[in-house]
Design a binder for this molecule. Sequence first.
Ligand code: SF4
Length: 465
Amino acid sequence: MRDEIIAPVKPRDACGVCGGFATGQDMAFLTCFALYALQHRGQESAGIAAGTGGGKKMWVKRGMGLVSEVFPDSAELKKIKCNLAIGHVRYSYGSEGRSPENTQPLRLRYRHGELATAHNGHLLNSRSLRLELEEGGAIFQTDTDSELLAHLVARQGSINLEEALAAVVPRLKGAYAFVVTDGRKVIGMRDGYGFRPLSLGKLDGGYFLSSETCAFDTIGAEFVRDVLPGEMVVLDEQGVRSLRVTGAEQESLCIFEYIYFARPDSNLQGKNVHLVRRELGRRLAREHPVKADIVSGVPDSSIAAASGFAEEARLPYEMSLVKNRYIGRTFIKPTQQMREEGVDLKLNAVQKIVEGKRVVLVDDSIVRGTTSLKLIRIMRRAGAKEVHLRISSPPVSGSCHYGIDIPNPVDLIANKHDLEEIRKMTCADSLGYLSMAETVAAVGLPSGNLCQACFTGDYPLRPEE
Ligand code: SF4
């Protein structure tokens, strides 16, 4: 996933969650490794809460930065004796500010002990729930939906976390994958629409939950199944059990997970992300063929689609753009003059490859259009004769209410300009977007089971006014 420096206008995911219960495992250590696998879902902060499983005081560490910065010595985590842990990587969304107090997992103390909570997604009724709690005297320390959930749970009389959550969940409206622990068990929940992913894996001695299956491979867990929309999964010393706590709505897994967010080695609903992206590229080549010499993808998320395009078009796939992986998140941004001259520290074109060539450049999406313009300028500066821009998804025309940070609709290029105008503005020789029907067909799931709202405007769940 490209970061803010090269792609300030790409949609960004709003977090990854994981957590498990397994006897005889170093759960804090394993959770840290799972967080490394989920790092692409959020790079602003990371954290782990771990407990023995007996409900005693939990160990919690969280901080701003990458997993490697918050946990520089992961071997130290082996010393923490724990049978359970939950973890979180974060990218802030909407009203949830980018500040240290919003790092997760949050730990709160209440009358029955401790609670640690972390989530991916966005509650649409968070404002009204928060107001209601504040009117009742609640004091919030963060802007997060995780804290809101903890307050709602603490207000339930039951010491039993499952019972308390089961009473609270029907009140939550929105998109979420939560992981929660009281130091005795770990509970994972998905909203009734299943907007955000969550999968269950088997570990030696227990079970593990993760936003993406790639984390299971990293920690030696075996994929069991995806958590169902509206399902609550409880992991404790007895193993795993499942409860349905909210009505199952029309399943609406975010289609952008396949296009851009998820890691290529993850499987969502049984569909491998890399293979879906390659199929997106194949279909794109059929829908928008063009006479060209080579095909290239924008690193990293568009390489699979570009390889599918090349295969279908019977053109050579070439690496035209090289990404510098060693530029940190905090390096000094180029000056306006450098930007205007097309200087880019993050990406460069391979001149010997593109010089004099007609290049098909495949990217996964266009949001504001400024990134596409910059990429095409880089290619032209390196001597490309023609640059044909091909996008492996439809035009993004709406924002997301479900936890993905997409700019306001007025800032989306597809809302302001038609195809020919966008082509001119990005300096492409030709431009083609994959249609919605072909995008859905490439995923291979029924259209009704995928949220496509930022492309179609058909929102499964409307936000509060
Ligand atoms: S609106 Fe777009 S980004 Fe948001 S969940 Fe739906 S498909 Fe995903």
